[in-house]
Design a protein around this ligand. Sequence first.
Ligand code: F6P
Length: 359
Amino acid sequence: MKIAVNTGGGDAPGLNAVIKGIVLTAYQKGWEVYGIKYGYRGLMDTKQIVRLTPETVWNITDIGGTILGTAITGDPFRYAVTQAGGAVVETDVSDTVVGNFKALGFGVLIAVGGDGSLRIAQKFMQKGIPVVGVPKTIDNDIRLTDVTFGFDTAVNTATEAIDKLHTTAKSHDRVMVVEVMGRYVGWIALHSGISGSADVILIPEIPYDIDKVCNRIRQLELLGQDHAIVVVSEGAKPVGGDITVAEGKQSGCEVRLGGVGKKVADEIGQRTGKETRHIVLGHLQRGGAPTTYDRLLSLRFGAAAVRFVEAGKFGMMAAVQSTEIVAVPIEDAIGQIKSVPMDSDILITARSLGISFGD
Ligand code: F6P
């Protein structure tokens, strides 16, 4: 068996540990593993394919990023091809990918990616490439898995930042607004906000009323707390309003989120008269060494993906449900995102602690 593995979409801490899990598990079965560089691009330009032996992965469990590189553009079904006249036209080059995959004698593609990359993987499955998926994203928005790898590390980074903001906020009697990642779901904001003792958490799932946010800050003052920490998910939006979009495009076609933290901070400052500052944590949440939890989860995902190959479970994605790694159909996991449910115990806990969601 010759296994091809790629990492696609935004990077997440734990990608290298997944690769290690795949390579060492496959090695024990006498199988070969090849890394496809930069998402699917390596299957268009096959010079971008590297043999992954145990020696190449021994020391990478704790290293962030991905040794294979990744790409948020480069969907072979909508590939940006520059024409003779210079015009860039989206072209379907998926047949080239399938042709190269078969010509190189690969038996399976293990696609490590988020919703976008797994959708592409599923399309290749339909075109005859056997595929196994591994769910990656710091946003934790993939359905049918309790958690994705990378999420725990991102939450730890955000929590640590919020912890640090408490002391400076308290010293100056300021409101500090922290914008965290998460795209259209509020998992990072919710987990880090509760753990970092935020006073207000704004998430996309609960449109906020800025007056209610300000009322909570005034209420805290009456209780003797002159500073406040507000954690805002980048996809948060006001009641009846829209998400805040940053300039520039992402993933070739998707909007880039960003800027809601500043908007919320400005409004709080104007309405309460309190000195307010905002900070955007941005890509710090994607970088650095994975936490212990993410290392173990990633190694388990990698090893499980190879077991799925052995069992012929193609079209399936490794998922963690309760304490076990299970196989779920990729097509059931993609398409819809996993939002924070309104009856989530974590949300209920936050409300019990007096945290406001601006609703
Ligand atoms: O999906 C992961 C993520 O980090 C999101 O949280 C964020 O909105 C986006 O990617 C940022 O993407 P980019 O690296 O293209 O700016």
